[in-house]
Design a protein. Sequence first.
Length: 168
Amino acid sequence: MKGLAVAVAFLAALALTARADGSLGDAARRERERRAASARSTARAYTDADLAASRSSSGPRPEAPPPTPSPAPSPEAASREAAERAALERAWRQRFAEARQRLWEADARAYETVVEPVLVGDGRKGVWVPMQVRRKIETEELRQARRALADLEEELRVAGLPPGWGRE
């Protein structure tokens, strides 16, 4: 008897809910109307014709003068220019080699030898043994050598020269 009363109450609640929401057809119709309304309010799509019309209506655009052809260099001038460029490249490569050498030397001097206890063996049966260890420290000389190399790379970049000149 109790189960019957619960079932009747459930069916009554279901009927009220269905009547409040309407039929499935009503829900589908409301969804189509909502989609149609949102489709009407979408942003405008611009085409190439719209862009061409806006360009022509904005007035004439100043045109760049045509490039003037440069006269062909003489063979002597071309070879002189190539020699100057080669000398410039050698000078830059030399500067980079010297900066890298200073960095390498500063890096070599940045190590110190200290005596530290070192665990030999596994964690359960290991033994702490004092050993000489080389440890790298960040020195001012090393920082300056790194900064000098970075500044030289920036100088090459600003000069507009090929970045390969800074490589080994």
